[in-house]
Design a protein around this ligand. Structure first.
Ligand code: GDP
Length: 699
């Protein structure tokens, strides 16, 4: 017989560990002075020997112990606890009128998207200490330690508490434990309030048209829009965004133009449910083609109802029966042949048969009963996004649930902000958007990606903290495995046998990103080619750097300048960002790099940056930008670029530089100065002036 102390000394463990272990093995040992008999010692010996890690053994044993606590009792307890909490309607009573002033005086209140937080809920955070947990439970730490002891766990105030134990203790206090999400803020589900069925009302169906190229998708989309959208403005309907809503028989239907089958599935893979119904369009004279099959596969994978539109019925070679037979083989048997797929024969060009198609859409919608709760903050999906020189990031979103209102704080992907302007598909300014409506909004701080989910919040603070957290998380995902890729290092890589050079293209407008992409992909040097892995519109983001790093890519910014944070990140990640304004220049340098002949050239070197803080107008000199040098040095003979929201607005020369009233040669970081830009006056407060020089680079 020996005491816990003595035995602990023997086996080189702490007495606390031995005590825990003994308790977990089911022995009646309460303190260090209790005596262990031979049987206990053998058991302890073998437990220590079998577990490489004492902690693990203890945890295993405790888990078993816990399991033995009567299941029935736990279930009963749980019901007792969770019901009262559940009955509490989740309705945020805070006055919206207060938040949005007069604008929404007569509107109803929206339910919040924020996580539940009432008195009955205790938040659990991974790695929480017993002291912290006791605090959030609003009891003394000693009490918690006592309860833990009863569960067979010896612990002190600074030890961490496991989720399971915290849960059991909460049961004792009739409180509900809720895990604070610290690990996955990218997941909006955590914030989703499940709607009460009585809050749900009918919403319009969202329809996507897919099919083989040239089978008439665009024509059908155009015809439906032209014949069913009532123009409110003189000059006809101008479709402003890539989605629109029509009203047929008093029922609205939303149509979305998706960028392609793969994009559709990629969006879906990221959890974006963007469509309720898919229309597969097949040209009657051409029949089922590879992309038709692909479209059917993608639609089936999405698990949404499919309607088939057989188009071009006016063509001489039209053979709808063959199409029905071919599609029947893929499981789309027409109703008239005893199946359950709706078919429509149409002429997209003239509009013939389109009314029947719309009727069928409404029929499916009626059967599926699409519903949403307009009485909560909005959530939904990004359909399209771009960077506008004047407006900043412009995003087209589809409202999935809730109502989006002007001024709502919002998180979109890793971007956030407040809805500053909101336009519908006709380009009209609107104040609020209900479920299934596509709208174009501005006011967020970054360009998101199609398929990103968005969510509106009650307070700006909430939106900001979630947005920031998501940004950080995206950054953390950076993987450290990739090496450094620069144009100069490329030749070596090619020598090593690399056959593809990955490039990410970011540009200010859609046309140029496509043009740069096409031009680069055409270059071919000795079996090496450029592969553009991402080409999109918008400022260079952290996600671009993450992708570049993960795939050894170079980022090409076309008329785009990275901001300081991005430059930093790129440097950290070893990713090269090459800025260009002229396509052939990009092509030329890429080609040279691929041939390993990147000659010493003049390269631009950014020497400083200044932020425009105030504008002074003088009739003689024009606009002087009262600026603050935030980085480096500004020289009076340097070249200069004017950057607004990440976009290069003008590229030219510094016109003049002055401190107080005197012309100076240079101004250093931390000082104020007046700057003019040669032949350019459209300077705004908040713009950045980037000064650069052309220097010869040595290889
Ligand atoms: P998409 O590639 O699927 O978007 O196909 P488009 O809508 O661009 O149509 C391809 C071509 O087919 C265009 O020249 C259209 O004018 C033509 N087209 C579309 N619908 C019809 C139709 O119902 N009848 C005939 N004869 N031609 C059509």
């Amino acid at each position: 017989m020996m005491s816990v102390y003595e035995y602990a000394l023997d086996v080189d463990k702490t007495p606390e560990e031995i005590l825990k272990l003994a308790i977990s093995l089911g022995f009646d040992v309460k303190d260090m002075d209790d005596l262990l008999d031979d049987y206990m010692i053998t058991e302890l010996d073998s437990a220590i020997a079998s577990g490489n890690n004492l902690e693990e053994v203890i945890e295993e044993e405790i888990a078993e112990l816990e399991e033995n606590i009567s299941k029935e009792e736990q279930i009963k307890e749980k019901h007792k606890v969770s019901n009262p909490a559940k009955k509490k309607p989740f309705n945020n009573k805070k006055d919206l009128a207060n938040r949005k002033k007069e604008m929404y005086k007569n509107k109803t209140k929206l339910q919040s998207n924020a996580p539940i937080n009432n008195d009955n809920v205790v938040l659990y955070r991974e790695g929480m200490t017993i002291g912290e947990f006791a605090n959030s439970l609003n009891v003394g730490a000693a009490e918690v330690i006592k309860k833990l002891f009863m569960l067979g766990i010896m612990a002190n105030i600074n030890n961490t508490i496991s989720l399971e134990n915290a849960e059991l203790i909460c049961l004792d206090y009739n409180k509900e434990l809720k895990r604070e999400e610290t690990t996955d803020v990218t997941n909006f589900e955590e914030y989703e309030v499940i709607d009460d069925p009585k809050d749900l009302v009918k919403r319009p169906p969202v329809v996507t048209i897919m099919g083989h190229v040239d089978h008439g998708k665009t024509t059908l989309l155009d015809t439906i829009r032209k014949t069913n959208v009532v123009s409110t403005e003189a000059g006809g309907i101008t479709q402003a965004i890539s989605a629109y809503q029509v009203v047929y028989n008093n029922e609205p239907i939303t149509f979305i133009d998706t960028p392609g089958h793969a994009a559709f599935t990629e969006m879906r893979a990221r959890g974006a449910q963007i469509t309720d119904i898919v229309i597969i369009i097949v040209a009657a004279d051409d029949g089922v083609m590879p992309q038709t099959k692909e479209a059917v596969d993608h639609a089936k994978a999405a698990g949404v109802p499919i309607i088939v539109a057989i188009n071009k019925m006016d063509k001489p070679g039209a053979n709808p029966d063959r199409i029905m037979a071919d599609l029947s083989e893929m499981g789309l048997t027409p109703e008239e042949w005893g199946g359950d797929t709706l078919y429509n024969k149409i002429i997209a060009q003239t509009g013939e048969g389109i009314n029947e198609l719309l009727e069928n859409i409404l029929l499916v919608a009626e059967m599926q009963e699409y519903k949403a709760n307009p009485n909560r903050y909005a959530m939904g999906t990004v359909i399209e996004a771009r960077l506008d020189k004047h407006l900043g990031p412009v995003t087209t979103v589809l409202i999935g649930n809730g109502t989006l209102r002007l001024g709502d704080p919002i998180v979109i992907g890793t971007a956030y902000g407040k809805v500053r302007t909101m336009r519908n598909d006709k380009g009209e300014e609107i104040m609020e958007a209900k479920p299934s409506l596509p709208v174009e909004i501005t006011g967020i701080n970054d360009v998101p990606t199609a398929g990103d989910k968005f969510m509106a919040f009650e307070t700006e603070k909430e939106a900001r903290s979630i947005g920031e957290a998501r940004k950080t998380q995206a950054r953390l995902k950076e993987n450290a495995s990739a090496g450094i890729v620069t144009l100069d290092a490329l030749f070596n890589k090619i020598q090593e046998g690399i056959k593809e050079i990955n490039v990410i293209v970011k540009a200010d407008v859609n046309g140029s990103s496509e043009a740069v992409k096409n031009a680069l992909e055409k270059i071919e040097v000795e079996g090496v080619r450029v592969k553009v892995i991402r080409s999109s519109v918008g400022a260079i983001t952290e996600s671009d750097i993450v992708l570049a790093k993960a795939s050894n890519a170079i980022i090409i910014g076309f008329n785009i300048r990275p901001n300081n944070t991005i430059k930093e990140r790129a440097k950290e990640a070893g990713v090269e960002i090459r800025p260009y304004n002229i396509i052939y220049k990009a092509v030329e340098e890429m080609e040279q790099a691929m041939k390993g002949m990147l000659d010493p050239v003049y390269e631009e070197k950014v020497i400083g940056e200044a932020e425009v803080r105030q504008l002074f107008k003088f009739s003689k000199v024009g606009i002087i930008a009262g600026s603050y040098v935030t980085d480096g040095i500004i020289k009076s003979n340097a070249k200069a670029r004017l950057i607004r929201s990440g976009v290069v607005v003008y590229d030219g020369n510094i016109g003049s530089l002055q401190r107080e009233k005197d012309a100076v040669k240079e101004v250093k970081k931390g000082l104020e100065c007046g700057i003019t830009i040669e032949n350019f006056a459209d300077i705004k407060v908040g713009d950045t002036i980037e000064a650069y020089e052309m220097v010869e680079v040595k290889q």
